[in-house]
Design a protein around this ligand. Sequence first.
Ligand code: F6P
Length: 560
Amino acid sequence: MSAPIDPTSTTAWAELDALRSALQPDLRGWFADDPQRVDRFTKQLVDLHVDLSKNLVDDEILAALVRLAEQTGVAERYARMLAGDHINTTEDRAVLHTALRRPVGISPELVVDGQHIDTDVHGVLDALSAFADKVRSGDWRGVSGKRVTHVVNIGIGGSDLGPVMIFEALKPYADAGIEARFVSNIDPTDIAQKTADLDPETTLFIVASKTFTTLETLTNARLARDWLWAGLIAAGAIEDADAAKTDAVAHHFVAVSTALDKVAAFGIDPANAFGFWDWVGGRYSVDSAIGLSLAIALGPDVFDELLAGFHAVDEHVRTTPLAENVPVLMGLFNVWYNNFLGAQSHAVLPYAQQLHRFPAYLQQLTMESNGKSVRWDGTPVTTDTGEVFWGEPGTNGQHAFYQLIHQGTRLIPADFIAFANPAYPLSDDGRDVHGLFLANFLAQTKALAFGKTAEEVEAEGTTGALVAARTFSGNRPTTSIFAPALTPSVLGQLIALYEHITFTQGTIWGINSFDQWGVELGKQLALRIAPAIEGDADAVATQDASTRALLEYYAQHRTR
Ligand code: F6P
């Protein structure tokens, strides 16, 4: 693996530095002086209409950013990723989530490290669809012969955030009378509440874990198994005997993992396990078998449509010149805001209640990928990396934190995502409620870009100190992503868009966006602290003073 190119050593970086020094953001002026600005800065990404015109970027800045992508080898690295090179250097792995959505029959066939990737991917997809159909049709039944009404996905991080986000987004497509639920947290409240009203006879658990070693998931899987056995025995559905319990697990538990040996050791029949591969990162895995809960609740056709949306964006990235390449441009704009204009965070504001988990999903995707201080060759980064991603659906956010975006001291670039057609077209006294919703999306991006001058405030009759308080500076950058409707394909496109934005930023910064060593230390320490929690004096003694004091507090206050 070659050493990363230091972005700060490129001529493009120096140009951008000079452009930043000279920058006088003036979106009002830029729009007034340039009637073509909207056309030039609006791009089509498959079904997504992406309006970049309200960003603090002009043609010169755009050109210099594109040169930065060229000089740091973004296109070349993307090609290497698609080809299966081991660009995940710290784990010596290929990075092939894009292979999960290649349609059948693409030529040439993808063969990496001797593995026939396309054949394997479609083999699992076919098995997934067949199993989903069985559950949906009622061919697959619980141990007492009842149809499945609920699937409960037990997983965390990438084995949870994608499935739950997509299920929430595409719920209107759930057509088989099967509800999906998601248990992730090791806080016992999570599983207790999610199973409280379920019938064990009609519940199917999916244990989803890439490694099948994750403490939270395995603990919750054991709790679920105990809950299942206790419920079935209490209902008289099975006897309290080992053979009956094993049979119950075979009917009510399936698994998704790269570690099928560990699945078997847990007691789940390998025939009921769906595999994937170490070249799929957890946060990039929702389009692998990790999406099983979606294939069951929403249907294999919906899942296929989702994958087609992902693939269409992969193809855009592969075939479109950098200057027109939407994910690359959005990644470059993020670099501009982060490294040149001092932004530390980025808001994602879906105007779609169905996308209420999308910001949480993006937090793992972007921050676990790019929250790094060393580059892929182990040397320190040469500039700031990973900004904080956050957000909430509009209009709820408008009544909570938009104040800071409009009038705070920090620059917060924001992506607004909206759809022309709602899943639920309702009207209020003859007025289309979705139209009213969209008016808010348009109003917010307009207010952020163009603000309100003191003269405009005064013209409305405001005087004195209130004028300053009611003035809006404007020049607060936004990108508007508009699509006809939140279909499975459009959702796949949106997810792939952010995957490739993340890749672009990571490549420019020279970091490996596909490992996550930063989560390891806490996991190790939790295992060492667990005995101390149980009162083991030796384990307590090895802790630092603050942790010992907190353990003492716990010992004094626990009532169990
Ligand atoms: O703790 C981080 C992490 O490793 C994520 O990257 C991953 O998505 C999650 O844990 C769950 O891991 P697994 O799917 O192996 O249970």
